[in-house]
Structures are given as structure tokens and as C-alpha cells.
Design a protein around this ligand. Sequence first.
Ligand code: HMG
Length: 447
Amino acid sequence: MTAVGIDAIEIRSGKLKLDLPGTFAPQKGDDPEKYTKGLGLTNSSFPDVYEDIVTMGANAAKRLMDRKGLTPDDVGRIDVATESAFDHSKPVSTYIAGCLEGVYDDDFTHANKGERKFACVAGTQAVDDAYNWIRAGRNRGRSALVIATDTALYARGDPGEATQGAGAVAMLIDADPDLVELSIHQGYGSKDETDFLKPNQQFPSVDGKRSMQVYLSRMREALEDYESVSGKIYLDDFAYAPFHTPFPGMVRKAALLAYRHVIRDTTHEDELAGEIGRQPREDEYADREAYEEAIRGYMDELKTTDQYRTWYDDAVEPTLGLAREVGNWYTGSVHIARVSALRNALERDREFVGDTLLVASYGSGAQAEIHAETVREGWREEIGALDVDEQLAARYDLSWDEYEDVHDVHEYDKDLDREVEAFTPPDSEFVFTGWGRMNERQYEYVE
Ligand code: HMG
């Protein structure tokens, strides 16, 4: 069977940044280490005044198409995953296609366009849709463009404010891919939850602490479901485990839970038994409360063991590199975790064609999805072509007052009585130029 997966990937960060320990923490009267060590974040990316989900998505897609030598005729499908859409009817993919058609000779008239919504997991769902479309043989030799793009903003003063971010990830899904092949096996954990939602509002209503519990529960269910089709998984099966990363501290918790699950009834559990005992089993306890207490004790000890630390430092920590610098990109978050892992492999000059990643996506509301990806021959060239370091280094560092102005500019309902000047000059990119007669957002390409 022909392999199907991600052929190429491009990342576009918002062009501004907020320094969390340096600018955000003093303003909130917090210890900077709450952000750097607790949440695990250093900076958040923000969009300049002329950037939004369309410009970031279109700029990522254009770089990807140019690098792969594609024109619109080569693309049979454009799906945008976002939870920051500004239009309840016209999909963001039409805006992005419109931008791209302005700079290429041919057009996307015969491409199927849509928009995917399920909080942050929608990016992975859009990749799935593209995968299925190619597998079904309906693509007529063309590839699919999947764009995960978000301005992940919270109301000012919300506890989630520290985890904001803005950026887009464009992925080309194709047969015989250069980067990674997707597994047929998948696991899901999905339940109706009200932990994070935006009922006709731009900024989310969030029950932060509960959202973390829901994330862990759905991940556990997805892992169990994945194993029910793939068979038991072992630690050595995967080179990296990229997770959806709302902030790195969340992944620290999820990784520990996954590790406990995966080593149960293996030689790894036996090896640790002398040091911290065996994992508590529910039938050994009088009630659920006593069992949960014992589990918490075991987890506290587990995370200090050399065996766990070595696995975490090797397979999980490298997936967090970009998230620490950019914050939560919602639908793009797990996809930049994958890129962080592959960048780490490149830095280490790792030989890992044929190695596997365990990719764990998540969206509030709530659903987790887990699948495996196998690294392909072209990964070095693809990852080596990214310009994300240059983009991050070039970001404009916002003062607190400037941050508040930028936040206001991007708040849809705010009645601004003053213009906010751009902080960076547009350079060879799509920019937002204003509203048209039907309140549509308008764009142009600036050389
Ligand atoms: P908070 O209440 O301000 O933070 O908000 P905290 O007091 O819980 O501190 C955070 C961590 O820093 C804690 O670590 C503290 O101990 C530590 P933990 O105990 O949990 O391991 N800390 C320190 N560490 C070192 N030195 C210090 C220090 N002080 C504190 N001095 C919260 C945290 C996550 C609730 C908030 O940021 C929030 O509401 N975020 C938004 C919701 C969210 O991100 N949830 C994650 C799961 S849901 C998800 O991933 C989906 C999502 O992406 C949306 C979607 O799917 O569309 C959000």
C-alpha cells in the first residue's frame, strides 16, 4: 500500500513577542519562574496589526508552495483548521485561497475547500481528512494543503493570558511523502465536556484546572484505544512523543501519566520496583480514594527516577522547544511539537529514517487522538529548509503598553478610537488591509 503522510511543512509565527518572565511577570506581580519553570514558557508570539489567521496561513502556504515548486493546479484540497475564525459562513480557506490566487497564474477553482472545528484537535482532524481523501483515490494525483492557524488570545486578566500565542502551520499531505508517513491505527478518547469553549464569543470561557484533568483523561482513553488496535506499545518503540502543548508544564504531566501506563507489566516496571515499588493496582485497595492516593505517591516518586528522566529528556523535552518560545498555537500546537522533535533530530545529526513518533493531539470540549508516524527519507531536507529560527529572532519585543494595544487591535468587538501603528514593516508577505462593503476582511500581497 502506498504511504500517505506529510510531505512538507512550513511555520509562520506572529511577528511580535511578549516576554513572559521579563515583561508579563513583573506586571502581574509574579515570580518569573512561575512562567519559565511552572508553565514552561519564555515568550508568546503575537500578530502585528496587519497580521491575522489568514495572513499567517497564506504566508506559510506560499512559502511551502514555492519551496516545493507547486502551483494551485497541483492542490486538490485546502482545509483550514482554526478556532479563531471571524466568519460563521465563509471558510477561512477561501480567504487564503484568494490571497494565493493573487500571486500565482493559475487558480484553485477545482479544489475542495473547507474549515475544520474541534478546538485544538481540528488540525490533526484536517490532516486525517486529507489522508482519507488520498487513500480513497479521489485526489486525481493532487496533494492537499492543510493549514492550522490561530490567534490564541484570552481575555486580559484570565489565567490563560500567560499561555497565549499566534501562528500558522501549513502542511502538504501527499502520497509517498518526504517527511512522515501516518499510521492507519488511531486511538480516540472523546466526551462532551464544558472545560473550554467560545459560545459566540472571541475569547474562551475556561475552567483552567478542570481543563487539565480533562486533557489527561481523554489522553489516557486515546492511548488505551490506540493500543486496542496496535497492540501493547513499549517505550523503545518511539523516538519522540510530540503532544498537544498548551504550555510545556501540561505535557510534563501527560508524559508522566503515559509513561506509567506504558511501563506497566513490563521489565521497566520490574527494574524500578526495587527503588520505588510496583505500581498500585486498584484491586489491592479498599476504595477508589485510597487507590488514587497511592497512585499519586507512586507518580511523585516515578518522576524523580533516572529511568523516567532519561526517557523524558530524550523523547519529550525536545518536542517542547518551539512551544517555549511561541506559546499555545491551538490547532498548530501539536504540529510545532512534531517539528521541534525533528529539529532536535537534525541538531543531533540523528539517523532515524524508519523511526517512529507517537503523536498525541488534543482539543478541549473534548477529544484526544493518538497515532504513529514513521520518518521518511526526505526529512533532513524538509526540516533543514525551515526558517523558523530567523522568524523568531526577528520578532519585535513588546513593552506592556504595546502588548495591551496589540491585544485591543485584535479584539473584534473593541471600538478603537485610535489607530495603532504597525511595529514591523511588512516585507514580501500577505497583509490585512481593511474591510470591504460586505464587512469581509481584505488582503493584499506587499512586495
Ligand atoms: P494559574 O492558576 O495562573 O497557574 O494558571 P498555577 O498557579 O497553577 O501555576 C502553574 C504552574 O506553575 C504550577 O505547576 C505551579 O506550581 C507552578 P504545577 O503545580 O501544576 O506542576 N509555579 C511555579 N513554579 C516555579 N516557580 C514558581 C512558581 N509559581 C507557580 N515561583 C492554568 C494555570 C493552566 C490554569 C492557566 O494558564 C489556564 O487557565 N490556561 C488555559 C487553559 C489551558 O491551557 N489548559 C490546558 C489543558 S486544555 C488544552 O490543552 C486545550 C487548549 O489548548 C484549548 C483547545 O483545545 O482549544 C487550551
